[in-house]
Design a protein around this ligand. Structure first.
Ligand code: SF4
Ligand code: SF4
Length: 156
């Protein structure tokens, strides 16, 4: 299944130390750094999000959230969607959803190919996956899906 971001914003809530504003260089223009990769980048607030960006109460209430995250109705939205760093653009909180034969979801595999699950059986299968999976992530993702299907799981 193609990943579709629901814009829940939960992955951005604790990235305030990782996406750092170094300097404001214009009314809606910022010099920034992506700390985890040491990459500088320039970010201009998207034109259609300047109004919500200008309300800083969310940042004050959530000091660990990314400084570019803002509430917009029921959503939490990135206000630099155009200029956000590559790791934000390609981030997938869920790459594979893993269910048992009844359709009950047993866990998720993230885009970084980590298992999030409390299910003991699935966690045991995952130990085999870690030992045997291809090293390259692009090969590993379909391999993991096939491995889980062979073990009787539904993978979407
Ligand atoms: S990537 Fe996932 S956690 Fe992050 S905003 Fe989208 S749906 Fe939410
Ligand atoms: S730049 Fe946007 S996508 Fe990246 S952490 Fe901040 S709010 Fe989230």
């Amino acid at each position: 299944m193609v990943f579709s971001c629901r814009q829940c914003g939960s992955c951005c809530m604790y990235l305030g130390d990782y996406i750092v504003i170094e300097e404001q260089t214009g009314p809606f223009l910022f010099s920034c750094e992506s700390v985890s990769t040491g990459t500088p980048f320039m970010a201009e607030i998207d034109e259609d999000k300047r109004e919500i960006f200008s309300d800083h109460s969310f940042t004050e209430e959530h000091p660990h959230a990314c400084r570019f995250l803002r509430p917009d109705g029921d959503l939490l939205r990135c206000t630099i969607h155009r200029d956000s760093p590559a790791q934000c653009k390609f981030y997938r909180c869920v790459a594979l959803r893993v269910s048992d034969t009844t359709g009950t979801q047993r866990g998720n595999v993230t885009g970084a190919l980590a298992l999030h699950s409390d299910d003991a059986g699935l966690r045991r299968v995952w130990e085999d996956i870690i030992r045997q999976r291809p090293k390259a992530d692009d090969e590993a993702e379909p391999w993991i899906a096939a491995f889980l299907r062979n073990k009787g799981y539904l993978v979407t």
